[in-house]
Design a protein around this ligand. Structure first.
Ligand code: ZN
Length: 319
């Protein structure tokens, strides 16, 4: 199934919803960054959350979700635009909690710990349009990512939201033992990262508009509490709109927009050269003489750019 991102309303615009299936793009992010299982789950949830929040920003805007964690994972960052492009990384891709949590899921909270959650919207830097970025901050209250984003939306944007984000990982060549997440319990069997696969990833955000009817809010709350986890719905093949129908129950759903989201980074060889040339002549000269070139690795996508001494020499001629 291809990844999909939708934006919708329900109950005559009183409810706003976003939902996404992100299995492929989360898989690509985890492959690029070589994340361990729990770090993969954390990164996948933040990428999906960023994408859902980013789907509501305006043209040319960018949304950054930054979990500044005091747990072993360090920072988790996702940056999304309104067109469905997202990129992101974690400081420590090897952060991992061997024990599953009490619900048999990856113990994301154990690698996140506490800390702060920042959400930044900024616009137009690429085209020289300098608008003050908007930045909101809340403490990390749960460490499970979805609940933290819901807390941010309630505190910082005054919107009551239900947020469900999930990532299901499997190990190729290891028999599914029927446990909810397909992992052997306890997680002792050795595996290599190349066997690790994102089997399902996705999520939704359902928001009650402040003007919404109280009875409707109560009905929505009941429906949400009965709905299956996002991961389980993606795993059983639900599309984003089917996911929302499951969550909304009998409430009518109107899909406004559908996109194909992807992991996409704006870095390039040209940009890498620009960064090097900004370092100044002496430093570039040094790189040529001492290192015979330079290597630049993009944090966001882990792409490595090998710049030869000749290419660096060109920079010196141009400047
Ligand atoms: Zn990149």
């Amino acid at each position: 199934m291809t990844d999909k991102l939708i934006h919708a309303t329900a109950a005559d615009n009183q409810i706003r919803c976003m939902a996404a299936v992100t299995t492929n793009l989360v898989g690509e992010a985890c492959r690029r960054h070589r994340t361990f299982p729990t770090a993969s789950a954390a990164l996948g949830r933040v990428l999906t959350g960023g994408l859902l929040l980013g789907s509501s920003v305006k043209d040319l805007e960018k949304l950054t979700v930054h979990f500044d964690c005091d747990g072993p994972i360090g920072n988790i960052i996702a940056q999304a635009d309104p067109y469905g492009n997202v990129r992101g990384y974690v400081s420590n891709p090897e952060a991992d909690a061997i024990e599953m949590n009490e619900r048999g899921k990856f113990d994301v909270r154990a690698v996140v710990g506490g800390g702060k959650l920042y959400v930044t919207r900024d616009a137009g830097f690429e085209i020289g349009l300098m608008k003050e970025p908007y930045r909101g901050m809340v403490p990390i209250v749960s460490g499970e990512i979805g609940q933290d984003i819901a807390y941010y939306l309630a505190k910082s944007e005054q919107v009551n939201s239900a947020v469900s984000l999930g990532v299901l990982m499997t190990v190729d060549g290891v028999e599914d033992n029927g446990s909810e997440n397909g992992w052997r319990e306890p997680r002792t069997a050795a595996f290599s990262l190349d066997q690790l696969r994102v089997a399902a990833a996705g999520g939704y955000i359902v928001q009650m508009m402040p003007s919404g009817d109280e009875n409707l809010a109560a009905e929505l709350e009941r429906n949400i509490s009965r709905a299956p986890y996002a991961t389980d719905m993606v795993r059983s093949g639900h599309s984003p709109s089917e996911m929302l129908r499951e969550v909304l129950g009998d409430l009518d759903l109107l899909v406004l927009e559908e996109k194909e989201p992807r992991f996409h980074c704006q870095c390039s060889r040209e940009r890498a050269l620009l960064i090097i040339s900004a370092l100044g002549r002496e430093e570039v000269q040094d790189m040529i003489e001492k290192d015979g070139g330079a290597e630049l690795i993009c944090h966001f996508c882990n792409e490595a750019y090998q710049l030869s001494a000749d290419e660096l020499g060109e920079l010196l001629v141009q400047n």
